[in-house]
Design a protein around this ligand. Structure first.
Ligand SMILES: Nc1ncnc2c1ncn2[C@@H]1O[C@H](COP(=O)(O)OP(=O)(O)OP(=O)(O)O)[C@@H](O)[C@H]1O
Ligand SMILES: [Mg+2]
Length: 251
């Protein structure tokens, strides 16, 4: 008896039952009722009432007719353009509240871009091309070039850093562009028709890489595409129209 009493005396006081920690409430990127008009003399509405939440690790596809405003929408997400209505909120911060220098810094540090036309600089080697975002952000040359080599290896081009842009195939060019977009480990990749200039096999390789980077490395990606194959690898796909984004089956 004595023994049992001694044990019960040392039992910890039960703590009050606390709720489980809530998942993060802040999206990486959030568009709230975003609208955009273009043209000065005869302005016209491109789109309105766009609501979109982009979380870390998710890959979203946006499809739509040519000229409907897909590239404009990506520019809004990057703070390269301002909405006429609504808010673009990155990491909990309304981009409208940032000055040019702050917006440029956010793009340099947290966003990677991939374009249909690759936009590689022909007079630089692959390594120098990929290292560019790091150099622009002030990284010392040696560290930036070493990280560029890693990034090239991550997209399946190990040991190719010394090569010239001119010798690359289309698929390889886009993989170098992807390595450049990812080299500074951005939180968000904005891809504007990243497979538009590629044959189906190269396109599949680039899409698989994008998919892997988002799912396994927690990068978020918004991809504009005309390709149903590309839209099919996304977690969610949306059609852009005048009245906003409509979710379409991502199959
Ligand atoms: N700064 C601007 N001033 C005037 N018009 C503009 C401006 N930016 C875009 N536009 C117009 O807005 C429309 C949408 O352009 P945007 O490039 O976003 O389309 P898109 O959906 O990306 O087309 P595509 O599929 O052909 O690339 C186009 O008609 C374009 O001419
Ligand atoms: Mg476009």
């Amino acid at each position: 008896m004595r023994h049992r009493r001694a044990r019960s005396a040392t039992l910890p006081v039960p703590s009050p039952i606390l709720p489980a920690p809530a998942p993060p409430v802040t999206a990486l990127l959030e568009l709230v009722r975003v609208g955009k008009r273009v043209g000065h003399s005869r302005p016209r509405r491109l789109f309105t009432a766009i609501d979109l939440r982009v979380d870390a690790g998710s890959l979203l596809a946006i499809v739509g007719e040519s000229g409907c405003g897909k590239s404009t929408l990506l520019n809004l997400m990057a703070g390269l353009d301002r909405p006429d209505e609504g808010q673009v909120v990155f990491g909990g911060e309304d981009l409208a509240g940032l000055g040019e220098a702050q917006a440029a810094r956010l793009r340099r540090e947290r966003i990677g871009f991939v374009f249909q036309a690759f936009h590689l600089l022909p007079h630089l080697t692959l390594r120098q091309n990929v290292a560019l975002p790091l150099r622009l952000a002030g990284s010392p040359s040696r560290a930036a070039l070493a990280r560029a080599d890693e990034s090239l290896a991550e997209v399946g081009l190990p040991g190719r850093g010394d090569e010239a842009v001119a010798v690359l195939s289309g698929g390889e060019s886009q993989r170098v562009a992807l390595a450049r977009a990812l080299v500074h480990r951005p939180a968000l990749v904005l891809a504007d028709e990243p497979t538009g200039n590629l044959d189906p096999e190269s396109a599949a390789g680039v899409l698989a890489l994008l998919r892997e980077r988002t799912r396994e490395h927690g990068v978020a990606c918004v991809m504009v595409t005309h390709s149903t194959t590309a839209a099919a690898i996304a977690d969610r796909a949306f059609r852009l129209g005048h009245d906003g984004l409509t979710e379409v089956a991502a199959t």
